[in-house]
Ligand binder design. Sequence first.
Ligand SMILES: [Zn+2]
Ligand SMILES: [Zn+2]
Length: 452
Amino acid sequence: MIRFSELPIERLLDPKGYACDCGLHHVCDLRHFKCGAGVIAQVPRVVRDMGYTYPFVVCDPNTYEAAGAQVVKLLEAAGIQYKLFIVPQKGEKVEPDEWSVGAVTMALDVNCDMFLCVGSGVLNDVCKVSSFAAGKPQMVVVTAPSMDGYASSSSSMHVNDVKTTLYNHCPVAIIADTDIVANAPMRMLWSGFGDMIAKYVATCEWRIAHLIVGEYYCEEVASLMRRALKAIVDNADKLSGRDPQVIQAITEGLVLAGIAMSYAQVSRPASGLEHYFSHMWEMIGPERGVTPDFHGIQVGVGTLQSLKLYDWIRTLKPTRERGLAHMAAFDRGAWEDMVRDIFGQSAPQILAVEEKAKKNDPVQHRKRLDRIVDNWDKILAIIEEELPETSVIEGIMKELGMPMVAADLGWDEKGAKDAYTGSREIRDKYLTSSMLWDIGYAQEARDLVQAK
Ligand SMILES: [Zn+2]
Ligand SMILES: [Zn+2]
């Protein structure tokens, strides 16, 4: 078996993929990834190498300024015909909704043989939906390293005003010129950093879920994420000065996270409890009048909160008695009331999740509890191996001036605690909050989570 976690990113894009001891044959659809100073100059060559002749260049007014104008000039100089469309902004920014997808789709010349999206997360998501529907491949010129969705095969969209994940396709090429992404707004750089430090908690939780509920796990894919994290955290203090080395490490790390998810065929390598804080805030935000922040900024706050929870988990000594007593005292009616209180209008869909997941079933609970109690030493060892010192991450975030607690994002105590409690309920995924529920520490954990 080839230890692919040590290979350069270019080799991970090998279309033959890698057979792995985990049982999967790891492969991703991304074919070209260029990251570094001045790599934007390679856009025409990558277009030609892939055999395309007539790109549909999509920007928004800001990304046209940042990189779109340069892309168009390069295509002209190379004698490549193109069609340019600048998505008009209706509000402060382009929204990932039907209007944007419609605008892009209506502007498409059907003779174009590829989409060339110049932008960050939202525009990339919009173009993925449109290009997938049109049956044309997509290339991306990155303008901000703000989240890890560049290399994913899905889009985070608002469909009928409801946040929804649409599955489509992964871009065939990603070009990230560090001279350009280094000039992205600082909040977007923070967001990229936040989405990366999340991988500590995600990897740790992935291993724990593997141990407790037997979920699929691949050590090589996890190692890919560890490698990316090291490159970022070692130089994180230089992010404020927009140091090219750390910007490059973050950009590469975010693309690597996308590759890792494609390789594993699940989001586990990149997303755990810390992401569920963010998912919860997006779900309950509209009804509680709190406007969401950038994905990675919310995830960064979720990461710090999760690390604090883990500091406490290290001090616990779970017992069968306590776990069983918790299950015996479980009151279905009270649980439903709690779900309705936290989720409001979304409560019916959350209650429906449990019909399938059966997380509250005593027989299933007993199996998980036995696994946890019997393997507690192993769980503690995983935590020790995977997680950084909370104070180190806290120190970096503080130094950078990032939002660090839920209150920094506009949340009150109930909003912070509800995000924690609700995390166990939104999907059938075994999280840290699921484990704490199983051992009878759900209330204590909720008490520990704080907005400030
Ligand atoms: Zn594997
Ligand atoms: Zn993320």
